[in-house]
Design a protein around this ligand. Structure first.
Ligand SMILES: NC(=O)N[C@@H](O)C(=O)O
Ligand code: NI
Length: 161
C-alpha cells in the first residue's frame, strides 16, 4: 500500500493538476461603484464532448477519518471539477497527473487550509471529496452532458496528516 503524508496545498505544487482557488492569493479589481472586489477568472472551467454544459451543484459531505485509506482514484476526462468550501472546511486532496495509467511515484496528497478551493483539470486523477473534522458544504462546478465522464483506477493508498 502506498502511504503519503499530506502536504499544505499551494498553487505551485498543484499546478500540474489544476488550479487553487484562493482570493487571498489573487488579484482583484473594483466593481459595483467600488463596493465589491472582483477576484476574476480564478480557475479554468472545461466542458468537453456532446451536449456539454457547466453544472453548479452543492455537495454536503460527511467527514473522513484519518488516516484516510483509499482504494481508487477517479478522473473526469470531459471536464474540470471545482470544489469551494462554503464554511472554511478543510479537506484532503489526492491527485495524479492525467494519463491512462497512474504512476504511484507521481501521486500527491495535500490538505487545504479552509480558505482554499481546488479545480481539477479535465483528466486529473483524484480522490473523491474528503472533508475533514465536520460535515462540509461545498459549491461544485463541473461538467454535465452526454457520455461517460467518470473513470476509476484502482490504487491502494493511505493518507496521513
Ligand atoms: N461523483 C461526483 O460528482 N463527485 C466526485 O467526482 C468527486 O470528485 O467527489
Ligand atoms: Ni470527481
Amino acid at each position: 500500500m502506498l502511504e503519503l503524508k499530506a502536504e499544505p496545498l499551494t498553487a505551485e505544487a498543484f499546478a500540474p493538476f489544476g488550479d487553487v482557488i484562493d482570493a487571498r492569493a489573487s488579484e482583484w479589481f473594483p466593481i459595483n461603484a467600488g463596493r465589491t472586489r472582483r477576484y476574476h477568472d480564478l480557475a479554468r472551467v472545461e466542458t468537453l464532448g456532446e451536449e456539454a454544459r457547466t453544472l453548479i451543484s452543492i455537495f454536503v459531505s460527511q467527514p473522513v477519518a484519518i488516516p484516510l485509506d483509499l482504494d481508487f482514484l477517479e478522473r473526469h476526462r470531459l471536464g474540470s471539477q471545482a470544489f469551494m468550501p462554503l464554511h472554511e472546511e478543510r479537506f484532503v486532496v489526492v491527485v495524479a497527473p492525467p494519463g491512462d495509467e497512474i504512476d504511484p511515484a507521481e501521486v500527491r496528497a495535500f490538505v487545504t487550509d479552509g480558505r482554499q478551493g481546488v479545480n481539477y483539470r479535465a483528466g486529473t486523477w483524484h480522490a473523491i471529496q474528503s472533508v475533514l473534522e465536520r460535515e462540509g458544504e461545498f459549491l461544485v462546478v463541473d461538467r454535465g452532458g452526454e457520455g461517460s465522464n467518470c473513470d476509476e483506477h484502482p490504487l491502494a493508498l493511505r493518507v496521513t496528516l
